[in-house]
Design a protein around this ligand. Sequence first.
Ligand SMILES: Cc1cc2nc3c(=O)[nH]c(=O)nc-3n(C[C@H](O)[C@H](O)[C@H](O)COP(=O)(O)OP(=O)(O)OC[C@H]3O[C@@H](n4cnc5c(N)ncnc54)[C@H](O)[C@@H]3O)c2cc1C
Length: 427
Amino acid sequence: MSIFQPRIAIAGGGPSGLALGLLLNQRGIRTTIYELRSKPSQEELAKPSGMLDLHEESGLKVMRECGLWDAFQAALGDCAESMRVLNHDGVIVHEHDGQHASRPEIPRNALANMFMERMPTDIIKWDHKIFSATRTRNEITGAVEISLDLGPNGTATYDFVVGADGAWSRIRKLLSDIKPFYSGALLVAAVMRHASTKYPHLVELNGPGSLMALGHHNGILTHRGPQDSIRVSAAISTADEEWAVTTGLEGKTPAEIKAPLLDDPKLFRDWAPLLKELFATACDEEEKDNPGSAVNILPLYMLPVGYRWEHQTGVTLLGDAAHLMTPWAGEGVNLALWDSLDLAYAIAAVPQTVDAAAWQAELDPLVKGFEDVMLTRATEKAKLTARNMDICLGEDGAKGLRDAFRMYTEMALAARAEGTGPAESSS
Ligand SMILES: Cc1cc2nc3c(=O)[nH]c(=O)nc-3n(C[C@H](O)[C@H](O)[C@H](O)COP(=O)(O)OP(=O)(O)OC[C@H]3O[C@@H](n4cnc5c(N)ncnc54)[C@H](O)[C@@H]3O)c2cc1C
């Protein structure tokens, strides 16, 4: 009798999809990853891409499980774990040097590349957008079949489809009608490269790690990154989801948006000159690096805290598709990787079966258990994220964050004394 091989597809080649693809491949389980973007070149992968701090119980655990620990260590080093919190006058209200921190930061592109390099190239189908998915039961075999509409690339049918396709997941539509909603804040981001040589005084302001300047419901946030870069984001509270359009800033270049933001009394007009210079310089440098390109304005979306769906045979979600939250606790990618590991365990635990219906019957309770655990822990992290966002974008965000750090430190010390491990920290 031939051995049954389930047809498994992963929608999306972000961190969760790539991690799951690699983990399954390492267990001898075949998958196909459909990713709408084109395959990135090595030059694109080397560009500053935002930093992600990985946590012990989730992101770092996946690095170890994938056998990526050494490659991960080699990719570190562009951003120290230190953090400065300043008020809008530029006064440092809290600082930690990162000496005893355990959340190393890695460039987003380097993380993706580590997963990609270790998979056979034909697993990932680049330039393959999933337009829609349908779920039917095959009357002859009794198995559920998920059909993916790949537009110009045709259709493909699977026994199990994993929606790792992020915030605007097409696969989520098979499970519920819920859509993400606007959180009330947005980021305007720009990157300056070669900061130490060109702008040593701004590097001195920033320090070797991250900076969060907060006040009057807004913020200026930074991360160090590859190519001696500083990514600077203006965080803006606004109830207007269409803020970019309403303000006429949609499609403008970084140099064009600089003055409207920095001269606006409701935004940054009264902020410390050096903080304003930090953002202005990043805008100017971004303009030089990408002449004429529109600035990156990113409204932050989230799924309702506690979002769940009723389990359905043949399909599940993970990562942002399952529990999109804003980045204020730095948990999104960690949860995404954790989900991938748990789902890989679940799929690998299915014993040999004779056909798709039998395979799905074995997989069903395992996936249901996976979903329960994933959504319970995501709900806790989503609550933490919402709390952090309220604090950071409060009237005196700097003081609020300083107090929160103090509380987290006390909780961590207490937990360590009791032997129950570290407590949560803000991103
Ligand atoms: C500004 C910002 C900063 C952040 N900082 C942090 C941080 O410091 N720490 C942290 O833990 N998290 C952070 N996050 C969150 C983190 O980026 C996400 O949680 C994480 O990327 C989720 O991974 P994912 O694979 O589930 O989804 P995604 O990263 O969204 O990947 C989804 C993939 O699916 C593809 N796709 C989408 N639709 C389709 C389709 N129809 N067909 C085919 N492919 C499709 C996309 O192109 C993408 O590659 C941040 C997020 C933002 C916006």
